[in-house]
Ligand binder design. Sequence first.
Ligand code: FEO
Length: 392
Amino acid sequence: MLARKIKKHIYWMGSVDWDSRLFDSLIPLPDGTSYNAYLIEGSEKTVLLDTVNPPMASELMAQLEGVSKIDYIVSQHAEQDHSGTIPQVLEKYPDAKVISTPKAKGMLIDLLQIPEEFFITVKDGEALSLGDKTLKFIYAPWVHWPETMVTYLEEDKILFSCDFFGSHIATTDLYVTDDSRIYEPAKRYFAEIMMPFRSVIKKNLDKLAPYDIDMIAPGHGQIFPRPAFIMDAYRDWILGPLRNTVVLPYVTMHESTQQMVDHLVSALVEKDVRVKKFNLVVTDIGKLAMALVDAATIVVGTPTVLAGPHPYAVNATFLANALRPKTKFLSIIGSYGWGGKTVETLAGMIPNLKVEVIDPVLCKGVPAESAFKALDDLAATIAQKHKEHDFI
Ligand code: FEO
């Protein structure tokens, strides 16, 4: 795709990746993604803000064909999907300097072996004049690495945010035109990489509050011409109330755990508790991550296999622990053949979750009446706890 003009002397560059379906060999990309770089031509200096994922380098290099000079490459985030093409850009513009935070400089040297003499590091809040345009660099750590910063273009009131406020979506629509359409990719993106750092991200949001921002131009997905939408959504995901929802990731081997799951779902629904059920054999873990953003309770369903939880349940529990959702309650249900340490193993995997563990329901073999009764009790306990907290 050719470069696209955003405003006078400001261009989107980069690549729309329609085909990728997995990011970092981990994160599902049902709608593809994009790698956004931006070119800003000041009256005196020209800046390239970030680059693209190396497999897409040829697209960016083609867009730079007619650009005679670049004075600075601003690297807002050292992860290679944004920084990986810097060495190639430097080959074309050997007089260019790389602007980054000091922390990013070390990481870029480690990750890309960019020689130290190319770097200029900036302080938090430092400004750079391009002549008739001014960039202000704002440290924004942990969106989602420790070295990240964002860049505010003062005269045009544009915030370039790299991963912050990003979303994985491939589209030819440069701008968000339908807030409801971008909500899910943006929430999915937040859940997958931002959620663990939400207390720091809140500080970053507060730090941006004094800025008059007309437009947010992230490193993935579409540009937000109405920044309040995504900033308010972030505030809700970070600070908003928990929902009257149980997230139920589960796996079953011989249908016993399945029967327990189905019974629990019905019991919860009868008590007006919303359930988001994820069969881990087929689920999109991005959807699971998204559901964790504001669910009050997690119930893991697993059979006992090899004396412990099923590996798929281990995977989901590890993910939940790593993503550190706001969740308040957790329980475990499942069937076993003769014994094992399923509950102990899963309970030992969630040190990051500040949850109250509600008594698990395990049964031997096929669930009998007593197991269904215990599941009814579990549903009643969850519903009661949700009511006490006024979860919506
Ligand atoms: Fe889009 Fe953290 O890289």
